[in-house]
Design a protein around this ligand. Structure first.
Ligand SMILES: Nc1nc2c(c(=O)[nH]1)N[C@H]1C(S)=C(S)[C@@H](COP(=O)(O)O)O[C@H]1N2
Ligand SMILES: [Mo]
Length: 548
C-alpha cells in the first residue's frame, strides 16, 4: 500500500481571469476597506469569512495529518498505529470520555458503525467551529487566533494523555495550528477586499479531500500495515495435529439460525480503537508484573512453543440488547493463561488481573477466572487462522463466562496482577460494573420479527447462552399460551451458545413468540427487562409474526 503524502491540495489551479496565485500567498496584504459586509449584505459577507475559516481550519488539519502520517512512515518501530494525529487523538479522547448511557446509546443505535458516526459528528462540529472562527476573524483577528489556540490546547491535552504518548507527539498539531492562523489572516484580509471567491470553495474541497485521503491512507495503515500484514501472513499460529474439539450435532439445521461457529469476517466487533492496532509478532511482548513473585516477559516465539490447545467459546458484549447480535462463537487456539500466571506466581491477596492492550485499553478480570479449570486462553488463532487484526492480532484474551469488557482484551501486551480495591478496568469508572459474569440469554433467529409465514408447521429456532454454566433447557411461548419445551442441539461445551428449535403449529393471524432459557444450574432467565448498563441487559426476546 502506498502512503504517498497527499498532493498540495491547498493550491487550487488558478481560474482564467483571476489571480494566478492563491489569495493566501499574496505577499502584500491590502488593508480591509469598503462596506463592512461587502456587496450582498450580512449573509453573503459573512459567508466569505466562514469559508475562510473552513479553508484555513481544514488546511491546518491536512498539514497536521499529513505530517503525522509522514512521521509515522519514517519513524515506524514499535507498531503503535495511533501516531500523533490530532483528529484521532480528539476522537479517542471523546470515546474515553463516553459515559455508560452514551456508549449504550451509540452501540445500540449504530452497532459497529458507531465509529463512523463519531467521525461524522466530529467533522460537523469542527466545520461549524472553523466557520465561526472565520467570521470572528473578519473583525478581530487576535480573538480568532486565540480561539484556534484554544482548540489546539484541547487537542494537545488529548494527544498527550494517550497511552504511550511522547513529548514529540504535538509537533504535527503545532505546525497545523500555525498554518491555520497564518492562512486565516491572509484569507480574511483578501476577502475584505474582494468578497467571497470561488477559488476558496475549490481550496476547501481540495483540502477536505486531502484530509480524507490522509485518513484512508492511515486506515489501511501504510508501511505499518505492510509489516504487520506480512507478520500475520507468516504467523502460522495453528500447529498441525492439535486435537480439535468436536462440534457434532451442534446445529439444528434450520436456515437463518446463526451458525454455531461464526466465521471471522462476520464476527461482531466492539472496541474503542479508532484505528485498528497493527502489531508485528517480532516486536510483540507480554509483560506480567505487579503482585507477583517474579516478573515474566513472553515473546511470540516463546508463546508458540508452549503446548497450545483449542477450545470453542462464545464471546458476548455487555452492550448487547435482548435479541441483539453482539455475541458470537468461535474456535480459539491458545495457551491457558493459568500457566503463564503460575510462572509469575501471584502473591497472596491479589484478586484481579488488569490486562492492557497496546492502545491503553484495560480489562479487570478476577484472578480466579484466569486460574481455574475453565481454560481462559491467551489466544493466537480464531477459527483456524491467525487472529484477524480487528479481533486482536497477534494475541488476545478469551475468558469463558465473562463479558468482553472485563476479560477479552485484544492486542494484549500487559498483565498486571493486582486487586479490585486498587485498580479498575477501562469501563468501570464510566459506569459499568467491575464484575461482568454473562447473564443467561436466548434469541429467536427465525422467523424474523415482522415476517410473514404460512399456516401449519413452522420451525421457530435460535440460540441460547449462559457461558460456563451451560444451557439446560429452552422454552417457547405463543402469545399468552403455556411455555413449551424446544428441542436442543447438542452442547459440545458449556462455554458456547446452544442452538434450539421449536416446531410450531401456526394458526392464521398475528402472533407473538417469546423464548426463555434455563442455565446449567437450573435457573430460568429472568423476564425482568433491564438496560445493558451497568452489567448486561435482561428480559425475554419476542418476535411478532403474521401467519396467513
Ligand atoms: N483492546 C481492546 N480489547 C477489547 C475491547 C477494546 O475496546 N479494546 N473491547 C472489549 C469488548 S467490550 C468486547 S465485547 C470484546 C469484543 O471482541 P471482538 O471485537 O473480537 O468481538 O472485546 C473486548 N476487548
Ligand atoms: Mo463489549
Amino acid at each position: 500500500m502506498s502512503a504517498d503524502p497527499p498532493g498540495p491540495a491547498h493550491q487550487p489551479a488558478g481560474t482564467p481571469g483571476s489571480l494566478p496565485v492563491p489569495a493566501w500567498e499574496v505577499d502584500d496584504l491590502p488593508e480591509p476597506q469598503g462596506e463592512p459586509f461587502g456587496p450582498g449584505g450580512w449573509a453573503v459577507g459573512n459567508l466569505g469569512y466562514a469559508v475562510d475559516g473552513l479553508v484555513a481550519g481544514v488546511t491546518g488539519l491536512l498539514v497536521a495529518e499529513a505530517l503525522d502520517l509522514g512521521l509515522t512512515f519514517v519513524g515506524w518501530v514499535s507498531g503503535n498505529a495511533s501516531g500523533r494525529s490530532p483528529l484521532l487523538a480528539v476522537g479517542a479522547a471523546f470515546v474515553d470520555l463516553t459515559p455508560a448511557w452514551l456508549k449504550e446509546w451509540a452501540v445500540s443505535s449504530f452497532g459497529t458503525g458507531d465509529k463512523a458516526v463519531l467521525f461524522a459528528g466530529m467533522a460537523i462540529v469542527l466545520a461549524l467551529l472553523f466557520a465561526a472562527i472565520g467570521m470572528v476573524a473578519r473583525t478581530r483577528h487576535t480573538v480568532a487566533a486565540a480561539l484556534v489556540g484554544g482548540l489546539g490546547v484541547l487537542a494537545l491535552i488529548a494527544l498527550l494523555t494517550r497511552a504511550g504518548a511522547s513529548p514529540t507527539d504535538p509537533i504535527p498539531l503545532v505546525v497545523g495550528l500555525a498554518t491555520t492562523v497564518w492562512m486565516l489572516r491572509r484569507m480574511v484580509a483578501r476577502t475584505a477586499v474582494d468578497g467571497p471567491s470561488r477559488r476558496e470553495a475549490l481550496g476547501l474541497a481540495a483540502a477536505a479531500a486531502g484530509v480524507a485521503l490522509a485518513e484512508s491512507a492511515r486506515g489501511s495503515g501504510g508501511v505499518a500495515a505492510a509489516n504487520a500484514g506480512a507478520s500475520r501472513a507468516a504467523a502460522a499460529p495453528v500447529p498441525t495435529g492439535l486435537p480439535a474439539p468436536t462440534s457434532a450435532g451442534a446445529e439444528v439445521g434450520v436456515p437463518g439460525v446463526a451458525p454455531w461457529v461464526v466465521p471471522n469476517d462476520s464476527f461482531y466487533r466492539i472496541d474503542t480503537a479508532l484505528v485498528v492496532p497493527r502489531l508485528a509478532t517480532e516486536s510483540w511482548r507480554l509483560r506480567v508484573y505487579g503482585e507477583v513473585e517474579r516478573e515474566v516477559t513472553l515473546t511470540w516465539a516463546q508463546l508458540l512453543a508452549k503446548p497450545l490447545i483449542q477450545r470453542h467459546a462464545t464471546l458476548a458484549c455487555v452492550s448487547n440488547e435482548v435479541g441483539g447480535h453482539l455475541v458470537g462463537n468461535a474456535l480459539w487456539t491458545g495457551w491457558p493463561v493459568r500457566e503463564l500466571l503460575r510462572e509469575a506466581g501471584p502473591k497472596a491477596g491479589a484478586d484481579m488481573v488488569l490486562s492492557r492492550s497496546v492502545d491503553g485499553w484495560t480489562a479487570g478480570t478476577p484472578l480466579e477466572a484466569l486460574t481455574d479449570d475453565r481454560d481462559a486462553l491467551l489466544a493466537v488463532a480464531m477459527n483456524g487462522e491467525a487472529l484477524p487484526f480487528e479481533h486482536g492480532f497477534p494475541v488476545r484474551l478469551v475468558v469463558p463466562g465473562l463479558y468482553g469488557y472485563v476479560s477479552a482484551t485484544k492486542w494484549v501486551t500487559e498483565l498486571k496482577i493486582t486487586r479490585f480495591a486498587v485498580d479498575m478496568g477501562y469501563w468501570t469508572p464510566r459506569g459499568w460494573s467491575a464484575l461482568g459474569p454473562v447473564k443467561t440469554a436466548s434469541r429467536i433467529d427465525v422467523p424474523r420479527s415482522g415476517a410473514q409465514v404460512s399456516a401449519g408447521r413452522v420451525a421457530v429456532a435460535g440460540v441460547a447462552w449462559a457461558m460456563h454454566r451451560g444451557i439446560q433447557g429452552v422454552q417457547v411461548r405463543v402469545d399468552d399460551g403455556p411455555w413449551a419445551d424446544a428441542r436442543l442441539a447438542t452442547e459440545p461445551t458449556i462455554d458456547s451458545w446452544r442452538q434450539w428449535v421449536y416446531e410450531w403449529d401456526a394458526t392464521p393471524g398475528s402472533h407473538v413468540l417469546t423464548v426463555r432459557a434455563r442455565d446449567g444450574a437450573g435457573e430460568w432467565q429472568t423476564s425482568v427487562q433491564t438496560r445493558s448498563d451497568p452489567d448486561g441487559a435482561t428480559g425475554h426476546h419476542s418476535v411478532t409474526v403474521r401467519v396467513g
